[in-house]
Design a protein. Sequence first.
Length: 348
Amino acid sequence: MKSMSVTPPSDNRIAQLIDANLDRAREGLRVMEDWCRFGLKRSDFSIQIKDWRQQLGGHHHIIYRKARLTSNDPAMGISHPLQKVRSTPEAVFIANSSRVQEALRVIEEFTRITDPKLCEVATKIRYETYEIEIKVLSTTEGIQKRETLKDCSIYLITTKKRNLEEIVHQSLKAGVKIVQYREKFLNDNEKISQAKCLASLCKKYNSLFIVNDRIDIALAVEADGIHLGQEDMPTKIARELLGPEKIIGRSTHCIEDIKNAEKEGCDYIGIGPIFPSETKKKLSPLGIDYLTKGLSETFLPAFAIGGINSSNIKKLNQINNLRIAVSNAVINASDPFSKTEELLKFLT
């Protein structure tokens, strides 16, 4: 590309303004870069932002630096009360992203004639910061989902029931933090309608909403993730369709399944069936010894599943940090709220 010359602004105040906004943009980018590097552990984001910072540095010409206004700056040291209410790293990131975008816009407006190359670079980076903002927020959302997942002790799996919404509502009130929508009989329109209702309930209680098997329905209702069986689609394809922020779980029935789930990048697993299960009648119970071995073989959040209820859960009382997935035990209980509380009390 043919180089474009830099014409010193005829008004020194313009050079001061450009210098100040180059400093402002580069400082904001450094804040964004470090959060991506140390907070999100995303080297791809931090490398990209560092490149933007270096590009702007390469256009921070001596004519701007010589015009720098410091001691005589009438606005030096002025802050705003809203700066004191940024209580989360995400809020700091967004504030600095906005700061960068505003500074770059000022640079664009005042360099169109005198420094067209800097104007071009500023425009390009400004639009790219809009895109990375969305990516960072999605990454943060994914981190928050996975933190919630780690704290889940009861995983409720739905079955067809006339008053299902109310049952799920009661279980959420009692403390359930993750619900899987599993429905094999309704048509797709009915499934989407019911799933939307359940997703809304889960959101109200800051709980995760997962859809069994159907990625299309999970996407349609903006679920937090998907649960896949051993015969369902490969994890890689599911991840490509869902994106990095969504949760993917996988049912496992042997140690090989567990190891495969880890290698494929699943976020959690179900281990079972532990006891005879009405929903998995074709599978033989694996038993408690296998559950203990399976849990020792994985670093993923793992939920014991299969026929677990208030009558047999005491058989699992030797397992530390036990997580369980239940369906009939809560869905068919006469009092879902109390039954959920009872199971949670045992686990904690």
